[in-house]
Design a protein around this ligand. Sequence first.
Ligand SMILES: Nc1ncnc2c1ncn2[C@@H]1O[C@H](COP(=O)(O)OP(=O)(O)OP(=O)(O)O)[C@@H](O)[C@H]1O
Ligand SMILES: [Mg+2]
Length: 309
Amino acid sequence: MQGTLDLPELITFLLCVAILIEPIRRYGNFTRLYQEGIAGFERFMEVLEVQPDIQDAENAIEPEIIQGNISFQNVSFQYRQDSGHVFNNLSLDIKAGEFVALVGSSGIGKTTLCSLIPRFYEVNAGEIRLDSTNIKEIRLEALRRNIGLVQQDVYLFAGTVADNIRYGNVNASDAEIVAAAKKANAHDFIMALPNGYNTDIGQRGVKLSGGQKQRLSIARVFLKDPPMLIFDEATSALDNESEKAIQASLEQLANDRTTIVIAHRLSTVRNAQRIVVLTEEGIDEQGTHDELIALGGTYANLYNMQLSL
Ligand SMILES: Nc1ncnc2c1ncn2[C@@H]1O[C@H](COP(=O)(O)OP(=O)(O)OP(=O)(O)O)[C@@H](O)[C@H]1O
Ligand SMILES: [Mg+2]
């Protein structure tokens, strides 16, 4: 019968189809990969071409000596044009060497206020002065070199413990790293890690607790030894040992430098020379612990609330 396949022909046909399907599938795969690759490459080039928002002014200067007087003058700030102001017309003077605690409810803008000093964001109005120079006129690198930062959520990168501390000063010797870790009360827990200072931390390395991470971050600042310190206390609960160790090293760290602590712990607040209370309206109250308790305002309320927890 014409037009029908006998068995050998059918098998030959099926074999041919099987052989042909693979190259077609490969071709399909290749075009898909090619398109994805090109799209990824274009995006990569776009990202490389983005200019940072915040750059040095043309005539930016590098101050020879930084004392650490920080002055917010009528500062307004909002993250985006369509979002509300975090601050409006806020003024605050911090003298060189002073220890100031910043308190206020969650989301009020404490971290934001502090991130304006190293110019992570640009103020929308008003200005911030460092020893009477507008920070916009100071070279960014010089400005940030003079500020030590301990963040609320510490960022550690993949690498060893020593590498992570050395981030505070890339030229530091091993002995200096150990000395900084000791001052930060981190030496003992580091020595207890599998490989001590050479222990790998990060994605595949050992996991550190929040308090241990903050202590590494404090060691970085000891190594950097800047005239100004911004310390954003972790909001999450720390283990008892970490809390005491951090409190002790903070007191040592604050010696002889302008220190702003975003304080979540009563022990820190009580030690401050001045407490600045931030509310929706801006700076609501300022004074020592005793003065503010006597005033019976926002701080006294916050304090009593924490006591009752
Ligand atoms: N990167 C950002 N982009 C847009 N909005 C932000 C950003 N960071 C913070 N905000 C908003 O700005 C306001 C202030 O936030 P901020 O983190 O300064 O508060 P906080 O006082 O530090 O709070 P907490 O005590 O919980 O740390 C909040 O309303 C927050 O949602
Ligand atoms: Mg915060």
